[in-house]
Design a protein around this ligand. Sequence first.
Ligand code: ZN
Length: 318
Amino acid sequence: MDIDELQDKLRNLRVDRNQSRYTVGKAPHKAFLLLSLTILDRHGKVDLDDLRPDIYLKQTWDDLWSVLDYPQPGSITQPLFHMRSDGFWNLQFSRPYTRTSSLKAFQEQLERASLDEGFQDILKDQDARNQVINTLLQEGGYFSPDESQRLRERLEELDDSFVYEERLVDELKKEFQMSWDVDLVAAKSVPMAAKRDPAFRRLVLNAYEETCAVCGMRIATSSGVTVIDAAHILPFNRFHNDDVRNGLSLCKTHHWLFDRGLLSADESYRILVSDDVEQDWPRGVVRSHHRKKLLLPQCPEEHPSELAMRWHSENVFR
Ligand SMILES: [Zn+2]
């Protein structure tokens, strides 16, 4: 397959044409999936020979989808399955496939998903990869000119977020630093936050497998969108520290309590619940975690810094 042939396929992805909830009338699911795969491949975050809908793919998809003002979330399961009719997407199932809109149920049946070798070869060339992106954004009729422009800007920010992520991973080879060596002004600015946040979130949620470190809660939608947050232990606005060891994955309630000092943990990761938590209903929903141990990442290098934990328990906890 050469680039012209591929571009022709990309302009003519088989999609629903009359979905009134989408602005230009052509369902953009497949274009979103291909844009996500293109950017992940560029940064070595996906195996196009054996593709798994992991946190990287789910988050990139969700991130791009949220750039546009669609009234409802889109399911990644839909294009993962239906792209098999476009001539470059191979699916093998471990048993006869039962149609589903649930990503989890799809994954359970999936043996292997892969992109054609010809397509993969094209993505290895930078110019050709840019042509693929341009075709999807501008020529397929999946997006309006304004939407294409917004998506292009977001793709550039995500590109930077993967570069930033590499830097965060490098930091793990060093000892944890309370202070953080960044240009503070740049780090505080909104454009920088758009690049930092996705990187910190990917690393923390991946380390904790999208599970709250306090209560073990794990909630995701059928399309794999998680409600779990990536929280900073040392507050970012003060320490500017995005090291994964300054992160905890927390559900919304525990994140809120943690940021306000009503919840913390000591250096041996024992959870502390403040006496200031007065109402605690259903009975013990917060207090029952007192003195229990935080649920930690599998990988010891990614465990929260004891220094950061101590600082939080001495300075934020009340
Ligand atoms: Zn929780």
